[in-house]
Ligand binder design. Sequence first.
Ligand code: 5AD
Length: 347
Amino acid sequence: MDSISLINRAEQQHHLQEEEIQYLLEDNSSSKLLFAAADRVRKKYVGDAIHLRALIEFTNICANSCFYCGLRCQNCAITRYRLTEEQIYSLAQKAASWGYKTVVLQGGEDAFFTVERLVPLLRRIKELDLAITLSIGERPRADYQAFKEAGADRYLLRIETTDKALYQKYHPGMSFENRLRCLQDLKELGYETGTGVLVGLPGQTFRSLAQDILFFKRFRPDMIGLGPFIPNPHTPLKDAPAPQLLPALKVMAITRLLLPDINIPATTAMEALTPQGRLKALQSGANVIMPNITEGQARENYALYPGKSAAAPAPQNLCQELEQKLHTIGRHIGTGYGGHKHSEFSF
Ligand code: 5AD
């Protein structure tokens, strides 16, 4: 096996075997070639437009206790908040007035936000002519259906890792099967469905990352968000080894080669880890950015991992600043909703 021929084949045929993906992940000598190939595939299938999604982090209250996440319910070191429906709506209004075409409503698994509370809010936001993405974790199928009928278009739910033993270890009280059930329900209900994984969890192997990528291939999501795991000092994984950008970028680039037409964000965790991390991601397969428009204390308290709130510039000057940055790499901000456009080929 050699990396160069694997990269070439993946670029042409969009298929690789598990051992081949693992080999590519282990061999760092051809990373530059891998990123260049992912960049070409990105350009060919999804073009030069970068789609922006305005991220609203509306509650940091969470019933779960995921080992890696700063929002875990046992973490007493953060101040908990939940925005009111009016505050959420007013942020969505601002997003629309700034030219965003999509808002992402993200939060912990907070039982306060029942179907009865969210449905009227979604209906109002929909009137702003925005695509709505939800990222609020595991819910019964009936909830997903009600949100969809109220106007939600897309849903993000990372599988986090497809290594079932690792999943069970880091998600106490949760079940891998239920996570899969949620993803399946979302897809069946007609959501544009996003999933993804953390890269660099303690105990995660290159083999398991290769299996994650093959899971993406089988599941056929519309979006894949992935980023480096960044140890949070207020979690059980606080003493994990220092995070690395390279493996996360490589998983992302291989994902682009194998699923050429999907939407892939340059994630905040990539920017938090390395200055220009987001630009690197955009040149290695990514085509979406999710600027955080959450304001004030809430933004600071949505502390999934260290460095997160500092990673994004203030919302007001974001568009010009970003536009200029993107021009330096030959890209521009997309003007449409930026949904998944299926290629005519099937992979
Ligand atoms: N480092 C990086 N990403 C994290 N997430 C949660 N905690 C961390 C961390 N410590 C990611 C999870 C989740 C997304 C919203 O944030 O993958 O799905």
